[in-house]
Design a protein. Structure first.
Length: 177
């Protein structure tokens, strides 16, 4: 259920794009993102820092898209978000000396320190690659294709990466026994 809740703005974005245009879709995504945060606040649920960051980015880039009537801004939104994620993982490691993947997942799985390092860098690299891929599709293809990539391509690539990480982690856990 949480996964559906997290993907609700992008699903609504897709539906609105198919029914109307990029501007209605953008407004829908912005409003849905705001509504999610309001809903969490009303329910007394914690709002994670990444949710706040994502909200800020969609409001800024979505707002610029709507105000300036320029779809370039909404197309940049995923790239900026991916770069924030990559930068956070890299900055956490290099500047704060913390492995943020271990901080996030350490309570769920036990891995050797070297494995946590590799996992942190793998995710940072994945997010950086996704940022570049988003720009390549945004500038190399039509808006229709970019929306398809944004909704289905990024989801598929992320799922494949998660599955690959799962196999890789399992292999690491097995070698520790």
């Amino acid at each position: 259920m949480k996964l559906l809740f997290d993907f609700l703005p992008i699903l609504l974005f897709f539906v609105a794009f198919k029914a109307f245009d990029i501007y209605i879709a953008t407004a829908t995504a912005v409003l849905a993102s705001i509504a999610q945060i309001v809903w969490l606040r009303i329910r007394g649920r914690p709002i994670e820092p990444l949710q706040w960051i994502s909200l800020a980015i969609i409001v800024v880039f979505g707002g610029l898209t709507l105000i300036l009537r320029d779809e370039t801004f909404i197309k940049w939104k995923p790239t900026v978000l991916y770069l924030v994620f990559a930068g956070t993982l890299i900055g956490g490691r290099l500047l704060a000396g913390r492995n943020l993947m271990q901080a996030l997942m350490g309570g769920q799985i036990e891995l050797p320190a070297a494995r946590w390092e590799q996992l942190n860098w793998a995710w940072a690299g994945f997010f950086a690659c996704m940022a570049v891929a988003n720009l390549a599709v945004a500038y190399g293809f039509s808006t229709e294709t970019w929306v398809q990539f944004k909704v289905f391509g990024t989801l598929g690539l992320t799922l494949l990466f998660v599955l690959a990480q799962g196999f890789w982690i399992t292999r690491g856990v097995e070698t520790q026994e």
